[in-house]
Design a protein. Structure first.
Ligand SMILES: C[S@@+](CC[C@H](N)C(=O)[O-])C[C@H]1O[C@@H](n2cnc3c(N)ncnc32)[C@H](O)[C@@H]1O
Length: 411
């Protein structure tokens, strides 16, 4: 791990935050948190869609006020890596944990600078895909290759998944793209291409959208899958180049694909900024199922450990979770934070309320009381409105219009 400052500086920085803590909290209280017109997709922030991700302006403000240059910021439910990218561009070290393998992959691609020489590899790969598109030219509405229906010999998920969720020619094109990606020699470039690949899957599948797991015919034309992939590759190549110019390599970024309740032992950090999963808001193992399967992951492993998933709290579930389940899970989270967050430093949670079995759940208060058991004191709670254009949730499920920024201090 790269340490960007000496021990003495570190103590100075901690002292500074302590001394200025009240002023920083006051300044945070004065911010207009809705950021209704802000650009939320700069750098690599939009490299892949991620439901319920927070806008970068939120971690940006919290990191600036509650940490110093060279310190370490952790997001223990990092999702698509918004906090980590903001931490790095603000010259902090970053740590991220998420149980969803797709989240860890996106975060890695989002935060890893790529050298000019590697961008050449990306260019070659893009040319290879264009060649594939030309070879698999379309005739009479079917995809053909040398005058026979185009059929890839490459790996794909099980037959029932492919037949239920995809048109036949889409499966062949995805399999061929995947084969080309697996062959990329640079880890960094390969990861970026995997993210681009995962990013197009829901759109070319019969899954309605990222927030609706129902089947809908979309009539994806032959060749369209490869075309979309090439298009997204171009957009993301430019985004990664901008990020690579900005992020300094002396700041470290560590990412774990792990269940936080069974987490590996973590290094110490100076600030937590996270938006945790909460009851009934979303089911990542389900909505990301086809993406995970194409990447070679088993979604049932995520299902077993996912906190707050809609499935877990559904009335249909045999062992339906309750508010007490959620409280208990967060007591374990605070037990871990007690060990890894430095004393007198802050843990910030961006979280909304939910409804379980018709009953309202005040998730911020549940977190605050779980934290109190492990020596975390609530120092600020800020209410913010979520822009109506932010369609992160299935509207039927969530109906979430507001959320809180809950700030606790480890005392
Ligand atoms: C609201 S999302 C975080 C989004 C993130 N702030 C962003 O901007 O992309 C919550 C995350 O918690 C993760 N998660 C759920 N249960 C988990 C667990 N047991 N351990 C670690 N991560 C978990 C989910 O996979 C999801 O990525």
């Amino acid at each position: 791990m790269v340490v960007a400052f000496a021990k003495g500086d570190e103590r100075q920085a901690a002292k500074r935050v302590l001394v200025d803590g009240d002023a920083a909290l006051e300044r945070l209280g004065a911010i207009e948190w809705d950021f209704a017109r802000a650009d939320t997709s700069y750098l690599t922030h939009s490299i892949h869609p991620y439901p319920a991700k927070f806008i970068p302006q939120i971690p940006n403000a919290l990191i600036q006020e509650l940490s110093s240059v060279g310190e370490t910021v952790a997001d223990i439910f990092c999702g698509s890596g918004t906090t980590l990218l903001e931490a790095l561009q603000l010259k902090r070290n970053a740590i991220g944990i998420d149980a969803n393998p797709l989240a860890a992959l996106i975060t890695q691609a989002k935060t890893t600078p790529i050298a000019e020489s590697e961008l050449k590899i990306l260019e070659e790969h893009s040319l290879e895909c264009q060649d594939l598109l030309a070879r698999a030219g379309t005739l009479t509405g079917n995809l053909f290759h040398d005058r026979v229906p185009f059929k890839s010999d490459a790996w794909r998920p099980s037959r029932d998944v492919c037949e239920f969720w995809f048109e036949r020619h889409v499966v062949e094109e995805l399999a061929e793209l995947r084969k080309a990606i697996v062959a990329i020699v640079s880890d960094r470039v390969r990861r970026l291409c995997q993210v681009v690949f995962a990013g197009i899957i829901v759109g070319v599948s019969k899954q309605d959208s990222d927030t609706r797991y129902v089947r809908r015919e979309k009539a994806i034309a032959p060749g369209e899958t490869i075309r979309r992939y090439i298009g997204k590759l171009e957009v993301n190549r430019a985004a990664v180049r901008r990020m690579s110019d900005l992020v300094e390599r002396r700041f470290s970024c560590q990412i774990w694909n792990a269940d936080i309740l069974n987490a590996p032992s973590l290094p110490e950090f100076d600030l937590v900024v996270t938006s945790p999963p909460y009851p009934n808001a979303y089911s990542y193992h389900l909505y990301h199922r086809t993406r995970l399967l194409w990447l070679g992951h088993d979604p049932s492993r995520l299902k077993q450990v996912e906190i707050g998933s809609h499935r877990k709290y559904s009335a249909k579930s045999r062992h339906r979770a309750t508010p007490a389940t959620f409280q208990y899970e967060f007591e374990q989270v605070f037990c871990l934070l007690r060990k890894s967050l430095r004393s007198n430093r802050y843990a910030c949670f961006v979280i909304g309320d939910s409804t379980v079995g018709g009953e309202h759940m005040d998730n911020s208060s549940i977190l605050a009381s779980a934290g109190a058991k492990f020596g975390f004191k609530e120092v600020k709670r800020i209410r913010r409105t979520i822009a109506p254009t932010r369609k992160s949730f299935n509207p039927r499920m969530g109906r979430i219009k507001n959320e809180n920024i809950l700030i606790l201090r480890k005392v």
